[in-house]
Design a protein around this ligand. Structure first.
Ligand code: ZN
Length: 247
């Protein structure tokens, strides 16, 4: 498996690692700071730095899929086109330094954390989510209209309050006993190890938001800065889409 360093520390920009395999799906490392596409959040881009100083450009990151198309515990770093010569230098055991495009990742973290704030402001189930470095969108399963300005004001208030964002974990049994913690109809909680990773925003007594999530987040809502609702769309009779952008 690939040790996913970003799960405990989303602020790690680079880490030394070893090539485990170079396959059709990309370069697999023994450990990585690159987040693979999942839970609606885009995969990271960046570079793999080789010992001779050259940089293999990574355009995207995905979970390696098995023959049936199911995601495995391996992370594939997908090279940008035209780097065959550098790829030929990589073998199992080659030491590299994996470095993400931090500016892009930090935008993803700011948007991702804001989607949790939206879950607090709009207490409805989520049936779709997409987080990119340019915009994010969250689809709520609801028929009532939403007010763009009121939501932007709500986000600004929660950002100004400077709530801590903390990573935790609960057992599969605790999650099963509290099904209301799962706010997404479209993304399954990250199970498989008996423990489910959780994200808590705000204090233990009255958290702003608490839900299972495997993504990358900022450590405090103040770090989100200027994020506003740019658009609200009626995607279907039972879906309201909230689109976020930087102000
Ligand atoms: Zn999250």
């Amino acid at each position: 498996m690939t040790h996913e360093l970003f799960r405990q520390d989303a602020y790690l920009r680079e880490a030394p690692a070893m090539v485990a395999e170079v396959g059709e799906q990309g370069v697999v490392l023994d450990r990585t700071v690159f987040y693979p596409l999942g839970g609606g959040q885009a995969g990271d881009s960046g570079v793999l730095l080789l010992a001779d100083g050259s940089a293999l450009q990574i355009a995207d990151t995905r979970k390696v899929k098995d023959a049936e198309g199911k995601p495995t515990a391996l992370v594939a770093h997908v090279p940008a086109p035209g780097q065959e010569a550098l790829l030929r230098d990589l073998r199992p055991g080659t030491a590299i330094v994996a470095r993400i495009d931090w500016d892009r990742r930090h935008k993803l973290m700011r948007f991702h954390t804001t989607t949790h704030l939206l879950c607090h402001l709009v207490p409805q189930l989520v049936n779709g989510c997409s987080i990119t470095a340019e915009y994010a969108r969250l689809d709520f399963n609801m028929t009532d209209p939403l007010d763009k300005e009121a939501l932007s004001e709500g986000i600004a208030r929660l950002v100004a309050a400077g709530h801590a964002v903390e990573i935790g974990a609960i057992s599969d049994e605790e999650l099963d006993a509290n099904p209301a913690l799962v706010k997404s109809m479209s993304v399954q909680p990250p199970r498989g190890t008996g423990r489910v990773r959780t994200i808590r925003i705000g204090g233990l007594d009255g958290p702003v938001d608490f839900q299972p999530c495997g993504g990358t987040h900022v450590a405090n809502t103040a770090e989100i800065g200027g994020v506003v609702v740019t658009k609200i769309e009626k995607k279907s009779a039972s879906t309201r889409r909230v689109v976020l952008g930087f102000s």
